[in-house]
Design a protein around this ligand. Structure first.
Ligand code: NAD
Length: 357
């Protein structure tokens, strides 16, 4: 992996994308990193502000559905590697308004794939080019309590407009390898958590509500299981996949950390009780409020990450306890980051989803 790369990172101003950009610029300061991000509600220029002085970093605000813009960027920047994160990413929003999910996740991914195909063909199909399509374990649907975790051969069975749109984009990425030989790789990762995570998602939502003394809405009976991975470990996995992964392959990424939602919320309360001096309501557990379940709520996700571990030698570095503590500390020390995100738009979204709190 000594060769220098020229990356186009779509969605690089979002949660995982920005963590990935920080990871890459630190690990490979000689590589070019161009971010293309539309700065939707979930995108935040602040997430990348510390890279302003980095010579090889460039930010472009724009839409992945804009094929003229994508074509021009690939060419002008001589891109050889695409790391595609841009997406509408929140299941609850996909239930309220699926249109944007089909547009960005399906049409946007298609636009990028086809622009990259033309660019790759014009340059005589370099073997070291990569198109990394970053996806989710939610495409596999829901597991029963005793089912084996998802492997790369688990049949697709998406249940939400979000996961269905991601499944559609995965199929396109796969087809571009099989039809055109384009070096696409797909990764399906479990739930991430860490810094720069938008307030609507479970872990930041709970951290922020605890700090504000607001109810902690837990869907249904709280027994839904998610497999949590620290975002830094996802980034190190994607790094390994770009450098060592095989074109045409799929890699599942996960940390083997299945936790029930209610146990996770209790854990967050415990650590907050310990770390935050100025909680409005203490102990924070008093704020837990069960609410009407999410429509079509998947019961359990779990990832079998044997393939990436054995074939590419990746292992996660963080434990759930350690990662959650780091994340809680980040939300405690970065109120200036999340406070402005609780906008009128956000409040309107919030009251549509959590009608009972
Ligand atoms: P996010 O919502 O935090 O960020 C998405 C980014 O994409 C934002 O910066 C947004 O501005 C940008 N974007 C949206 N539409 C765009 C468009 N049309 N053109 C250009 N940019 C656009 O999402 P995230 O949690 O960082 O997820 C990133 C990727 O990882 C997604 O593809 C998601 O499906 C996948 N993923 C996420 C998780 C998770 O737990 N968050 C787990 C597995 C996979």
């Amino acid at each position: 992996s000594k060769e220098q790369r020229r990356l186009l990172v779509t969605g690089g101003a979002g949660f995982i994308g920005s963590n990935f950009v920080h990871h890459w610029c630190k690990q490979y300061p000689g590589d070019r990193v161009v971010v293309l991000d539309a700065l939707t509600y979930a995108g935040n220029r602040q997430n990348l502000s510390s890279l302003a002085g980095h010579q090889n970093f460039h930010f472009v605000q724009g839409d992945i559905c804009n094929d003229a813009l994508v074509n021009a960027l690939l060419k002008e920047e001589s891109i050889d590697t695409v790391a595609h994160f841009a997406a509408e990413s929140h299941v609850d929003r996909s239930i309220l308004g699926p249109d944007a999910f089909v547009r960005t996740n399906v049409v946007g991914t298609f636009t990028l794939l086809d622009a990259f195909r033309q660019h790759w063909e014009r340059r005589n199909q370099p073997k070291s080019d990569r198109f990394l399509h970053v996806s989710t374990d939610e495409v596999y649907g829901s597991l029963g309590p005793d089912d084996h975790p998802f492997t790369e051969t688990t049949p697709y069975a998406p249940n939400s407009p979000y996961s269905a749109s991601k499944a559609g984009s995965d199929h396109l990425a796969r087809a571009y390898y099989h039809t055109y030989g384009m070096p696409t790789i797909i990764t399906n990762c479990s739930n991430n958590y860490g810094s720069y995570h938008f307030p609507e998602k479970l872990i930041p939502l709970m951290c922020i509500n605890i700090l504000m003394g607001k109810p902690l809405p837990v869907y249904g009976d709280g027994q839904n299981v998610r497999d949590w991975l620290y975002v830094g470990d996802h980034c190190s996995a994607l790094d390994v996949v770009i450098h060592k992964g095989k074109p045409g392959e799929t890699y599942n990424i996960g940390g083997n950390n299945e936790v029930k939602n209610i146990d996770l919320v209790n854990k967050l309360c415990e650590v907050m009780n310990e770390l935050a001096a100025d909680l409005p309501i203490r102990p924070a557990q008093k704020l837990i409020t069960f609410v009407k379940d999410r429509a079509g709520h998947d019961r359990r996700y779990a990832i079998d990450a044997t393939k990436i571990k054995t074939e590419l030698g990746w292992t996660p570095a963080e434990t759930v306890d350690g990662g959650l503590r780091r994340t809680i500390e980040w939300y405690l020390h970065n109120r200036d980051w999340w406070q402005p995100l609780l906008s009128a738009e956000y409040q309107a979204y919030y009251s549509q989803v959590y009608t009972q709190v």
